[in-house]
Ligand binder design. Sequence first.
Ligand code: NAD
Length: 352
Amino acid sequence: MLDSFIYQMLPARVVFGRGTSTALPAEAERLGLSRLLVLSTPEQASLAGHVQQLLGERAAGAFHGATMHTPVEVTERALEVVRAERIDGVVAVGGGSTTGLGKAIALRTDLPQIVLPTTYAGSEMTPILGETQDGRKTTRRSPKIQPEVVIYDVDLTLSLPPAMSALSAFNAIAHAAEALYAPDGNPIVALMAEEGVRAIVEALPRVLKEPGDPDARASLLYGAWLCACCLGTTTMGLHHKLCHTLGGLFDLPHAQTHAIVLPYALAYNAAAIPEAIARLRRAMQADEPIAALLQLERDCGIPLALRDIGMPHEGIALAVEQAMANPYGNPRPVEASALGELLERAWAGAGI
Ligand code: NAD
């Protein structure tokens, strides 16, 4: 019999396709916005300029200072522009870092957000914000953080370099994989997770071969969107918590950490999650889905060991200590010695 469940729908409106950026003025009008601030990283300032042009008179300013880990001092500088220009909404064009800045502004002002994602990280579909202040990262959830409109324009992802595309795609797969065994999972989320992984695994090799192929990019973005929905509506387990701990302790790069840790975290839980493994088997069309995931990572040529992205070996004990200090739900109980073994293997890239 089907277990009882709760499914909380995300309130976001999604516009998906090629060239959908052109829908931006109409979406702004739907929300009744006429003084928008366009946000980006310094690297994507020219894309932000293009977005300002699309908005025409509705663009009241731009802020190109978005950066990793959403530092509070950057948010405060952006808020000065919000006040000076009497901004009534934000448009974030970029990856998770830029989306994070838009969310941080919305948390403090309740301004509506329109997001145009250019990576597969998935922050745009979640009410979650991680911010840093004085070297500490804190994460919170709030309905104010959830963006109102997400415009997925496949064309904006064509420029994401192949290696970054692969890393970002594994970040997305991690959201779906953990949603499959989340304590608040449900049949709808499981459908999205399975389909999201299927679409990504099918499209990623095509994207790596031909990064400008819009068909492959569309499938990858569609899969990433579904995975992002999973992240937004369920509670993550060992994998996400471990990546968060490692990122905070050793300032490791976000997507790389996710890609490296995922096969090890799944292997840790495998015996306790038969239904999730069955779904991953179907999605990946592989009898041994965790081994297949690791092989796909090898084929992508991305870093496969935590030591290769800057984690010190002596950091393993500290990471175990910190992970054990904040107990959290996980299908297999988190034990210090087993966690230490997991990290030893992930640090050396020893395989599962
Ligand atoms: P990012 O936003 O930091 O982008 C990395 C770099 O790639 C930046 O310089 C950016 O300008 C550039 N870039 C982005 N898209 C590009 C494109 N299409 N072409 C060329 N260059 C491009 O990376 P990310 O992995 O998307 O985001 C990571 C951040 O997002 C982390 O801080 C992470 O914590 C956060 N995140 C938050 C959530 C959430 O739900 N709150 C979910 C996922 C990630």
